[in-house]
Design a protein around this ligand. Structure first.
Ligand code: C2O
Ligand code: CU
Length: 474
């Protein structure tokens, strides 16, 4: 992957004199010198599935899938210049980053979309360390589905000691036999069922060959699920990964449940793996989330020479991010009920202010609702309004037969219970994977003012109405 610390040539069609929309009031107030990056979303071709196939026509940031890795240190200020080389408008959303509302990249809600040929300068500070990512928030089923996404890594000032720090950006593509992206997007079957599940899984824009390691080596693996709809359940046979962070935020190190690292779209996990298995063998890395269609991503392969005889025994815990602690005693409650989809109970919902029956909703391609409202676009009345710096407990109830990774912008929230049972490790996340008929209770301090999107990160569900706005007052 390209590291944006190295300059990237500006595309000539934008012209030398193109100006960036600057944010006048805040820029001068910052003392620190920003790190600068450039992203140019544009159509290109990319070798996704190997030389046996033709290159795949994709949409990519600055010519690569994933886009250039943005890497900075906690507390840095970054400026990211986006030059839109697509034939349509776009935005960039910085998934999981707690940044000012105007930088959040939601079209019409937080900014005017960036027209084709236009530039926009994103400019913000990074309060948290961890593993994040970026993607468009305009027609995301297709823009992200065609390859627009990238990793955004924010290093801790004192990270745990590892031999290698590796990022895996996972994606799932629906490709034809000629390795072109299968049309159409937003197929009714995908909208009403589990979303656009593909047939080709890439790791950093390639089919995974092997993971070469040395005996005794300690790797920090940052895994990001950028797929439209596929849920991953990674298993490292013969190894014992320890989860140290979820959605960027440190968590008490622990082995994943059933040894499977489960990630819905949008979610991330940082794991530490000590490679101490039998050096003479290859060890499959499998994705077994969908039990009937489990497959191998590629094997772990050991080098002949060991790096060290015994694994490291240095600590793997990370200092927490500066998140406000919820005060549960003063907390107010809100509820969100998710309904709709195939085989669901939803009979009607409100769309554009009108109550519509399920048939008419299907007719307009909106078949999911939050609290009875199917979203038309990102701009709408808030589901509820939160007072700044107040603690809230939000109950999210999945009243459907489908799994949904529910994502809130601008905040992290702490999962307290699922179906009334305490959630192990009460992790801080920005996306919670809710099983069919599952209820989760999460807590957060509403400390970032603005109108924030809340939606399912299965992009087809989002497109088909599963979206709302949470307002935090100033
Ligand atoms: Cu990763 Cu609203 O998005
Ligand atoms: Cu969903």
């Amino acid at each position: 992957m390209t590291n944006l610390k190295h300059p990237i040539t500006r595309r000539t069609f934008l012209g030398a004199g193109a100006s960036f929309a600057a944010l006048a009031p805040t820029v001068d107030a910052w003392a620190s010198k920003p790190k600068t990056f450039q992203l140019t979303p544009a159509p290109t071709t990319f070798d996704l599935v190997g030389s046996k196939y033709p290159k795949t026509p994709v949409w990519a940031y600055s010519g690569t899938v994933p886009g250039p890795m943005i890497r900075a240190v906690q507390g840095d200020r970054v400026q990211i210049a986006v030059s839109n080389g697509l034939a349509e408008n776009t935005t960039v959303h910085w998934h999981g980053l707690r940044i000012p509302n105007g930088m959040d990249g939601v079209p019409h809600l937080t900014q005017r979309p960036i027209d084709k040929g236009e530039n926009f300068l994103y400019d913000f500070e990074l309060p948290d360390a961890g593993t994040y990512w970026y993607h468009p928030h305009v027609r995301a089923t297709e823009q992200q589905g065609r390859g627009l996404y990238g990793a955004f890594i924010i290093e801790e000032k004192s990270p745990p000691k590892v031999d290698r720090d590796i990022t895996w950006v996972l994606d799932d593509w629906r490709l034809t036999k000629e390795a072109t992206i299968a049309e159409p997007f937003n197929h009714m079957m995908d909208l009403t069922h589990g979303g656009r599940i593909g047939n080709s899984v890439t790791v950093n824009g390639k089919l995974l060959d092997t993971l070469p390691v040395h005996f005794g080596e300690r790797i920090r693996l940052r895994i990001i699920n950028t797929a439209n709809a596929r849920i991953f359940g990674l298993m490292f046979d013969g190894h014992d990964p320890q989860i140290i962070a979820l959605d960027g935020h440190p968590v008490q190190p622990h082995a994943p449940k059933d040894n499977m690292i489960t990630l819905g779209p949008g979610q991330r996990a940082d794991v530490i793996i000590d490679f101490t298995a039998d050096r003479a063998k290859q060890h499959p890395i499998r994705d077994a989330y969908y039990t009937r269609s489990a497959y191998e991503l590629g094997p772990v392969v050991y080098a002949k020479e060991a790096l060290r005889k015994k694994p490291l025994d240095t600590p793997i815990t990370i200092a927490p991010n500066p998140l406000a602690t919820p005060n549960l005693k003063t907390a107010s409650r809100h509820e969100i009920v998710i309904s709709g989809g195939a085989m669901g109970r939803m009979r009607e919902a409100t769309f554009k202010g009108q109550v519509m029956g399920i048939r008419d909703l299907v007719g307009v391609g909106k078949i999911w609702a939050l609290n009875g409202i199917a979203a038309h676009g990102p701009v709408m009345d808030p589901i509820f309004t939160l007072k700044k710096n107040q603690t809230y407990i939000i109950s999210m109830q999945n009243d459907t037969q489908w799994v949904h990774p529910m994502h809130l912008h601008g905040h992290a929230f702490q999962i307290h219970t699922r179906n009334g049972k305490p959630e192990p490790y009460t992790p801080w996340v920005d996306t919670v994977l809710l099983g069919p008929n599952e209820v989760a209770e999460v807590a957060l301090v509403a400390d970032n003012p603005g109108d924030w999107l809340y939606h399912c990160h299965i992009l087809e569900h989002h497109a088909a109405g599963m979206s709302g706005v949470v307002r935090v007052t100033n």
